[in-house]
Design a binder for this molecule. Structure first.
Ligand code: PHE
Length: 450
C-alpha cells in the first residue's frame, strides 16, 4: 500500500481547499443567482449565510478529515464504527462521483469556448444562441471536450497529493486571482458600467423574500464545496499544526471574494450593452457574454479578444481546481479501500466518470428525449446530487459533529489540542447543533415543495 502524504505547507492546504471551493459555482452560478434574485440584496444575505452557516460547517468537515486522516468513507466509519452515521461517508463520496460526471460536461464546454475564443471564432458577428445550441447538441464535440478536460484532471490526480494537487493549486490559484484582477479593471472601463455597479452595490431590501434566503444558503453550500467529501478528504492531508478555524475562514474569504469579483466582471459588461437581460440563467456565460463582449469592444476588437480569452481561461482554471477535488474524494477511497496504486485508482475513477459523463453530455442532443419526471439525464444527476443528497448530507454533518462526536474531541481538534485559542467555540457549537441544521432543513423542504 502507498504511504499517505500530507500537504507540504499550510499555504498549500489553503490554496488546494480554496481551489476546490472556487469553481464554476463562483464564476458561472453566483452571477446567475445574483441576476435572478435582485442583485445587492442577494449578496448581502449570501454573505450572512457564508459567515453563519458556511464557515462552521466547513470547520466540521475539516475536523472530521484531519482527526481521522482517512478518506471520507473510512473517516465516518472510524468515528462511528457500526453506526448508521457511516452512511454519510458513503453519500459524500457517491455525490462527488455523481457531480464530477456532469461537472466535466460544463467544464468541457468551457474548454471549447476557450479554444473558440483563442482562435478568433467568438469575435465574429454570429447568433450565439445558435452557436451554443449547435455545439451542445453535437454528439461528438462536447464529449471530446469533456474527455480532454477529464484527461487534465486525471493527470494531476495521478501525480499525487503533493506533486499533483498541491503543486497545481499553488500555480493555478494565483494565476486565477491575477486574471480576475485584470478582468475587473477592464470591465470597469466599459461604457455604462456604472449601472452594473449600482446593481451589485445598492441593495433593494424589498427584494428579499424567503426564496432569496433559500437560494443564498443553497449557493453558499455549493460554492464552498460542502457535504461532498472533498474538504473532508483534503483535510485528511492537513498537518497537525494546520489551524482549522483560520483555514476555514481563509478559504471562505477567497471563495466569496472571487464570487463577488466575478459579478464585478460580468455585470458592468452586461449593463454596458442595451437590451441584454441580467437574468439570462445558465446561458449567461456561453450565450449572453460572447455577444456582450463583441458589442462592448466593437471599437477595439483586440481588447475583446483578450478579454474573452482571459475570461474563458479563468472559467477553465476554476473548473479544473474543483474537478480535482471531486476526483480526489473518490480516488482516495478507491485507493485506500481496494489497496491499488494511485494511478490505477485514478484511472478507474476517470473511466467510470467519463462513461457517465458521456450520457450527461448526450442528454443535450441525441438523448434529449430520455427523460424522467421531465428531466434529462444531466438534470437528473444535478437534481439528485445538489437538491437531495447534498442538503441531507449537510444536515447529517452538523448533527454528527454537534450531537454525536464528543465535545472535547471537537474542541481539541479545532484548537490543535488546546494549543490555540478559539474564542468563538461556544458560538460555533451552538450553530452546528441548532442553527445550521435547521436552516439547511428549511432549504431542503422548500426546494422539494417547489
Ligand atoms: N465549489 C465548487 C464551485 O463553486 C463546486 C464543487 C462542488 C467543487 C463540490 C467541488 C465539490 O463550483
Amino acid at each position: 500500500m502507498e504511504t499517505r502524504h500530507n500537504f507540504g505547507s499550510k499555504l498549500g492546504a489553503v490554496l488546494a481547499s480554496a481551489g476546490s471551493a472556487v469553481g464554476l459555482g463562483n464564476v458561472w452560478r453566483f452571477p446567475t443567482e445574483v441576476g435572478n434574485n435582485g442583485g445587492a440584496a442577494f449578496i448581502f444575505i449570501y454573505l450572512i449565510c457564508i459567515a453563519v452557516i458556511g464557515i462552521p460547517v466547513m470547520m466540521s468537515e475539516f475536523l472530521i478529515g484531519r482527526h481521522t486522516h482517512a478518506n471520507t468513507i473510512s473517516a465516518f466509519a472510524k468515528l462511528a464504527p457500526g453506526k448508521w452515521w457511516r452512511i454519510e461517508g458513503i453519500a459524500g463520496v457517491f455525490v462527488a462521483f455523481l457531480i464530477l460526471s456532469y461537472y466535466i460536461v460544463i467544464s468541457g464546454w468551457t474548454l471549447f469556448y476557450l479554444i473558440e475564443s483563442l482562435s478568433g471564432h467568438l469575435q465574429a458577428d454570429r447568433d450565439y444562441t445558435l452557436v451554443f445550441d449547435n455545439f451542445v447538441s453535437n454528439p461528438w464535440l462536447p464529449v471530446l471536450a469533456g474527455a480532454a478536460f477529464m484527461g487534465l484532471t486525471h493527470f494531476i490526480i495521478a501525480r499525487g497529493v503533493q506533486s499533483g494537487i498541491e503543486r497545481s493549486s499553488k500555480l493555478m490559484m494565483p494565476l486565477l486571482l491575477f486574471i480576475i484582477g485584470i478582468l475587473v479593471v477592464c470591465s470597469f472601463g466599459m461604457p455604462g458600467s456604472s449601472a452594473g455597479l449600482r446593481f451589485l452595490l445598492k441593495p433593494d431590501f424589498s427584494k428579499i423574500t424567503a426564496n432569496v434566503f433559500l437560494s443564498a444558503v443553497g449557493q453558499a453550500f455549493f460554492s464552498l464545496s460542502l457535504a461532498m467529501g472533498c474538504l473532508c478528504t483534503y483535510a485528511s492531508y492537513f498537518r497537525h499544526d494546520t489551524k482549522l478555524p483560520k483555514t476555514a475562514v481563509g478559504v471562505s474569504v477567497i471563495d466569496t471574494f472571487v464570487a463577488i469579483l466575478s459579478g464585478f466582471i460580468i455585470f458592468p459588461a452586461v449593463f454596458s450593452v442595451e437590451g441584454v437581460s441580467v437574468d439570462a440563467g445558465p446561458g449567461l456565460v456561453f450565450i449572453t457574454l460572447p455577444h456582450v463582449f463583441n458589442i462592448a469592444f466593437s471599437h477595439v476588437p483586440v481588447l475583446g479578444y483578450i478579454f474573452s480569452s482571459f475570461f474563458y481561461l479563468l472559467l477553465l482554471l476554476a473548473a479544473l481546481t474543483s474537478a480535482i477535488s471531486l476526483h480526489e474524494s473518490v480516488t482516495a477511497y478507491v485507493l485506500e479501500a481496494f489497496h491499488v496504486s494511485r494511478r490505477r485508482a485514478a484511472a478507474i475513477v476517470s473511466i467510470a466518470c467519463m462513461t457517465l459523463g458521456v450520457a450527461c453530455s448526450l442528454s443535450f442532443g441525441v438523448w434529449s428525449d430520455l427523460t424522467l419526471f421531465g428531466m434529462n439525464i444531466f438534470e437528473i444527476f444535478d437534481f439528485t446530487a445538489s437538491k437531495i443528497i447534498l442538503p441531507i448530507g449537510g444536515i447529517i454533518i452538523c448533527l454528527f459533529t454537534g450531537w454525536y462526536l464528543d465535545r472535547k474531541m471537537v474542541e481539541s481538534e479545532l484548537t490543535n489540542g488546546g494549543t490555540l485559542r478559539f474564542r468563538l467555540f461556544r458560538l460555533y457549537y451552538f450553530i452546528i447543533r441548532y442553527v445550521a441544521p435547521l436552516a439547511i432543513a428549511a432549504v431542503f423542504v422548500q426546494e422539494l415543495l417547489s
